[in-house]
Ligand binder design. Sequence first.
Ligand code: SF4
Ligand code: SF4
Length: 181
Amino acid sequence: MSVQQISLSGRKIEVSNKEMTFLERIYLWTILKGLWTTLKHLFRRKVTIKYPEETRTMSPVYRGQHMLMRDDEGRERCTACGLCALSCPAEAITMKAAERKPEEKHLYREEKYAEIYEINMLRCIFCGLCEEACPKEAIYLTKSKKIVQANYEREDFIYGKDKLVMPLEMAIKNTQSNKVN
Ligand code: SF4
Ligand code: SF4
């Protein structure tokens, strides 16, 4: 005799209540089957890597930690317009705008810049909408090639400009390679 159960997904599961044989009752066959599965995996190609010593090659379109870009002269591109924050479905971005002083022209490309720019990485879903919304090509998720690291404290997931702005050396390197090409 068999009992039929209908799951929520609509797929039927046949449950048999026929008496178990002696071999089935001592579970030896089932244990051996389980061990065989483990043994088979010993000789297969390993899918795990020894992170952080080894890292995977990331796809060119991998969306990782955001990067606030600099222009060819090393100036921050962000003009604190707030469009990225407005387009963010997770409300993960906050910023405070400030006016550029005449002596800061070498630091910021536009007259207005983000004095504070923060992303809450616990909220972020890495959708990339901030990148798409930015009119200044100032924020990218594909450039840093960094993974947002695990941490113990919530506050450590609020990334400020110290972590988000492109390192100056990287901007200089990019400019040099652009000139060569
Ligand atoms: S990637 Fe998406 S969720 Fe994350 S900050 Fe940008 S818009 Fe918000
Ligand atoms: S990153 Fe782009 S969209 Fe966001 S505030 Fe800066 S300029 Fe505006």
